[in-house]
Design a binder for this molecule. Structure first.
Ligand code: ADP
Ligand code: MG
Length: 685
């Protein structure tokens, strides 16, 4: 980047230390930052209407001459300044309060552009056309108009900084520094899409000549952002392929044996993703694949197939879950799934005693264990594998990239299968997991019924419990999820799991078997509760979100969520996914008193859709990418122009072009600038 662009804004014309401080609040430090500080929206004030034809109450712009000025001091701290404008068709008054300095701004006989609404009230009352606080711009023929008479940029501001000021500063910066910007996008791409050059595009973002100018500028800059991030991700993926990994041999015999003992057939989506995974495993490059599938789509069986293959190739496999409850469940599940096979399976969690752990570790290092299931505890330095070939990570969104790499370093480039039930919109996946291959289970096992979802007020609880009772009497089980473990003085309106458990156990459900489950309960006890619930010895589990992920009890068909307004869309979808896992019609009841507009929107989305992708898309739109993913990473928070929800087509194009570029031999030399850009992204991520 040219030095001029790195100049501090403080030294720009019309800025100085005071304004520089305010600009810094918007993360604007240098000229470059300023030029890349884009408007949050635009207002089209380009259409000039003769005063006579202006609509009362509408936003209008006109060009007129000052014919009269009146200044009135009403009280010590209150004054009114009134200017009458005329454009030969009619007159209109502009009225300003407490802005006496405007007396010198408006000069009789001079021309101005004005934008604003003509007050309905005054029109009705006095038949006078009047505007309060209109936007104005003097037409002196020398400097260009910034605030009206054109498409006007509206910036996000900070205290003490006005649109007028920022536009003025921006216009000056554009005038003096635009010429220092260079295009980094290769010409062949630039030409293919007919993008404006960078100078035209930056200008078009701030002061577009017309709508087309703004649109093409935005497209180019969005493309550019996506392009660099994709280039970075795909390049990294390419590099991964260079590691010599493990080449699995296909073990069809065992696979058939395994599949034939299941009491269902794989869905065609499961078959397809398994083929994709298998092909990766059979190649010598290491696999880095993301398996995406909505809650209940049957990812575990796919993981089992992959692990089976590794173990039958005489390697070790690791399966990692985000919580102890889940690790525990998967452990039991895999013992059951592999009962026909003579595999040694061990569970490693944080609650293992030191001596026990040591023993297991020794057996792992000695190659006496085939499958290791566990939580984060699997990362511990002390643990050494004998011949690790496959790492399966369940519910990836809870693990950082960092942790993934740490585990990776433990084996000789084991294959990686990362599973997530968060149905990340495709656009998001392309950026976040751009370095992974993607397999999607886009089909539910047959016979699943949609989970009937309702939103009910708190005062309907009795009815809801009666309904739950009926279902339990029919032989089903249910969950009641609360936002808190125990009562909180600060949030007295929230139902706590402890209170509700006590209340229900001693009243409504006195004759039923209830259990309480939350993160404060000891691991052993949790384990026992889950086992009992699985075996049908518990009717209702009153819990917190500890059950959010992966808990799988197909006889449970009722999910009641207390203070549902407290939960985000992704979380509600996960929680709801705990039911509807068997052949029974399932129900999800969201309890919430009218919670405000945004929460209400969430509840309505939940009631109207069970499609995880649809819900994720809405979630992304409502929360924005940073919030959505929970952490600031992958450069998606740095997107200034591109929108993950609106710009899918641009993102796809950017990915294709990044792919093309990487296939050019010696691209790093030929496009050295691009190499520098992605090295910088690497540093940031
Ligand atoms: P998730 O993708 O949420 O991890 P699971 O793997 O836990 O889903 O599967 C949910 C339930 O569906 C399990 O009880 C599993 O045995 C069952 N299941 C998986 N695949 C199929 C299938 N093809 N047909 C019927 N049931 C299936
Ligand atoms: Mg699962």
């Amino acid at each position: 980047m040219k030095d001029e662009l790195l100049k501090k804004v403080q030294f720009l014309k019309g800025v100085g230390p005071k304004w520089a401080k305010r600009l810094a609040k918007l993360n604007i430090e240098t000229v470059y930052d300023l030029l890349y500080y884009f408007p949050r929206e635009y207002e089209d004030r380009s259409k000039i209407t003769p005063i006579k034809y202006t609509q009362i109450g509408e936003k209008v712009t006109f060009k007129a001459k000052v014919i009269k000025k009146e200044y009135k001091k009403i009280r010590n701290n209150f004054d009114i300044f009134k200017v009458t404008f005329s454009d030969d068709t009619d007159t209109v008054n502009g009225i300003w309060y407490n802005q006496s300095y405007l007396r010198d701004v408006f000069v009789e006989g001079d021309f101005y552009l004005l934008s604003g609404k003509i007050s309905k009230k005054n029109w009705r009352k006095y038949k006078r056309k009047e505007m309060n606080n209109p936007v104005y711009e003097k037409l002196d023929g020398s400097s260009s108009v910034l605030n009206t008479g054109r498409i006007v940029p509206i910036y996000a501001l900070t205290e003490g900084l006005s649109q007028r000021r920022l536009r003025r500063v921006m216009a000056n910066a554009l005038k003096n520094y635009l010429s220092y910007l260079d295009d980094k996008l290769p010409d062949f791409i630039q030409n293919k899409y007919n993008f404006p050059d960078i100078k035209t595009a930056i200008l078009g973002m701030h002061f577009p000549k017309n709508n087309g100018h703004q649109k093409s500028s935005r497209q180019k800059l969005a493309f550019e952002e996506f392009f660099y991030l994709q280039l970075y991700a795909l390049n990294k993926k390419e590099k991964n392929k260079n590691y010599e990994g493990i080449k699995h041999k296909y073990m069809g015999k065992y696979e058939n044996e395994f599949l034939s003992q299941l009491d269902f057939d794989l869905t065609s989506a499961q078959k397809r993703v398994w083929r994709e995974i298998r092909q990766d495993m059979e190649r010598s490059e290491e696999m880095s694949r993301l398996l995406q599938g909505d809650v209940g789509s049957g990812k575990t069986i796919i993981a089992a197939l992959a692990l089976l293959e590794s173990i039958n190739n005489n390697y070790q496999g690791v399966f990692m879950a985000p919580t102890e409850i889940l690790a525990e469940q998967h452990y039991l599940n895999f013992i059951e799934l592999f009962k026909e096979f003579d595999f040694k399976i061990e569970l490693i969690t944080g609650s293992l005693k030191k001596s026990q752990r040591k023993k297991i570790e020794e057996r792992i290092t000695g190659g006496k264990v085939d499958l290791i299931i566990g939580t984060h505890a699997l990362f511990q330095e002390s643990l050494e594998y004998k011949k690790l070939a496959l790492v399966v990570i369940d519910e990836q969104h809870r693990f950082g990239v960092e942790q993934r790499h740490r585990l990776k370093e433990k084996g000789d480039s084991p294959d990686f299968l990362i599973m997530t039930a968060t149905p990340i919109p495709r656009s998001m996946a392309m950026l976040i997991y751009g370095d992974l291959d993607l397999s999607v289970i886009d089909e539910m096992p047959p016979g699943r019924k949609t989970i009937a979802t309702f939103w009910r007020r708190k005062n309907r609880r009795k009815k809801i419990y009666a309904f739950l009772k009926d279902k339990i009497d029919e032989g089903r089980q249910g969950y009641i999820v609360c936002p808190l473990i125990e009562f909180s003085e600060e949030m007295p309106h929230l139902t706590s799991a402890e209170d509700l458990y006590e209340e229900l156990k001693n009243s409504f459900f006195a004759d039923y078997k209830l259990a309480l489950l939350h993160s404060g309960i000891k691991a052993d006890e949790k384990k026992e509760i889950m086992l009992k619930f699985r075996n049908g010895e518990i009717d209702i589990l009153v819990a917190t979100t500890v059950i959010e992920v992966g808990v799988d009890v197909s006889n449970a068909s009722i999910m009641i969520i207390e203070n549902a307004e407290r939960f985000g869309l992704a979380q509600l979808h996960q929680l709801r996914g705990r039911v509807g896992r068997g052949e029974h019609q399932s129900f999800c009841i969201l309890i919430s008193d009218p919670p405000g507009e945004e929460a209400e929107q969430r509840l309505e989305i939940m009631c109207s859709s069970s499609d995880g992708f649809f819900i994720a898309e809405k979630d992304l739109k409502m929360r924005g990418p940073g919030e959505f993913f929970g952490t600031r990473q992958h450069g998606i928070d740095d997107l200034k122009v591109g929108s993950l929800t609106e710009d899918q087509p641009i993102l796809e194009k950017a990915r294709n072009e990044a792919d093309n570029l990487l296939s050019i031999s010696n691209w790093e030399k030929k496009y050295n600038e691009l190499k520098k850009i992605i090295d910088q992204i690497e540093l940031k991520i």
